[in-house]
Design a protein around this ligand. Structure first.
Ligand code: PHE
Length: 355
């Protein structure tokens, strides 16, 4: 009996050497991590021959168990180690191949992209925004399809007010229209601000039932400005607009305020700058006046303050509306407002370098 097991152990030791040899050969032949998994499965999984030999140890004497057990462990650990080493080598090789494949040759000349030009309308719009953000204003927004309430009523323009004729509107129904100016945002911001100080600008599209020509467009854009606080007077308005206009048109331009009328401001002003073309002497561009009308503004009318939740005894403020196309036309000497919208590349490309 002993002899039989002795022989058995001997044969098993032999078999183990064979297994080790086979396994090392298979490992050597592995080319991918996938191959490694197959070999690992074959030699080290629970169902492998090596593991089933392990389970036979129970029936052996202590001495035999020791001898065979040691061999088993040695074979197992040699196979594991060889698998590990080979796997590392394969991973490294795979990574190198991947890097090689994905290598970017940075010495190749780049594709010559043709970049588009920014429409001068947007160049000027962004410049206006930047100037006011620099003065501590924030951006506000409002809908282009606006309620009659905000566009007129809350701006002190009641139903039968003749000032409604000043602005031919696109009505959608008797309560809704395309906003004729950005001023409704004044009422909307006041409504939201619950009596607290305000300092906002709102750039946006506006619509009027004008016949399109070189200086009129049924759709154009304004930047509304509104500042409300205690002790605000017309000097603040003048200083603010002067600063803005000198940044936009240059330090040398003179700025003057001329009395005007808007139902939502009192007093109202029209702001002029001296004509750059003739330096104030008079020419066709300024219609011989030496001045160019550039924007409208004024002190927020007490009725507007009251209607929108501000006590005119405590708060005062100013508002202004800047026509973006008008500013852009003057800055760049553009003679037709329609050029902003018709996307003629010959026109747009003149501004590529001005961005
Ligand atoms: N909303 C006026 C317009 O469109 C401009 C304006 C804005 C005037 C704010 C005064 C104050 O002509």
């Amino acid at each position: 009996m002993k002899d039989v097991t002795k022989r058995g152990v001997f044969m098993q030791l032999e078999r183990l050497n064979q297994i080790l040899e086979e396994a090392l050969k298979s490992i050597d032949e592995c080319e991918t991590s996938e191959d490694i998994n197959v070999v690992r499965n074959k030699y080290l999984s629970k169902k492998s021959e090596l593991m089933s030999l392990m389970s036979t140890l129970g029936g052996l004497s202590i001495e035999e168990k020791k001898e065979l057990g040691q061999k088993l462990n040695q074979v197992k650990s040699e196979i594991s180690k060889a698998l590990e080493i080979k796997n590392q080598a394969i991973l490294e090789k795979e990574l190198n191949e991947k890097l090689q494949k994905e290598k970017i040759d940075i010495t190749l000349p780049s594709k010559n992209f043709k970049s588009g030009a920014k429409n001068p309308f947007y160049i000027i719009r962004d410049e206006i925004i930047d100037i006011f953000l620099g003065m501590g204003y924030s951006l506000a927004d409002g809908p282009e399809v606006e309620q009659d309430l905000y566009n007129f009523e809350l701006l002190n323009i009641p139903q039968d007010h003749p000032a409604r004729d000043m602005q031919d509107s696109f009505y959608i129904n008797d309560k809704l229209l395309l906003r004729t100016h950005t001023s409704p945002v004044q009422a909307r911001v006041m409504e939201k601000s619950e009596g607290k100080p305000i300092r906002i600008i709102c750039p946006g599209k506006t619509y009027r039932r004008d016949d399109d020509d070189a200086t009129h467009s049924h759709q154009f854009a304004q930047v509304e400005g509104l500042l409300i606080d205690k002790d605000i007077n017309i000097g603040h308005l003048k200083a603010t607009l002067e600063l803005f206009l000198k940044k936009m048109f240059g330090e040398k331009r003179e700025v003057r305020l001329v009395p005007s009328f808007f139902p939502f401001t009192e007093p109202s002003v029209e702001v002029n700058i001296s004509c750059a073309n003739c330096g104030g002497k008079g020419c066709p561009i300024c219609k011989d006046t030496g001045w160019i009308e550039i924007l409208g503004g004024g002190m927020v009318h007490p009725n507007v303050l009251k209607m929108n939740g501000y006590d005119p005894e405590v708060y005062s403020g100013f508002a202004f509306g800047i026509g973006i196309e008008r500013v852009a036309m003057l800055r760049y000497g553009i003679d037709d407002i329609r050029k902003f919208y018709t996307n003629d590349v010959r026109f747009l490309h003149q501004f590529t370098k001005k961005i």
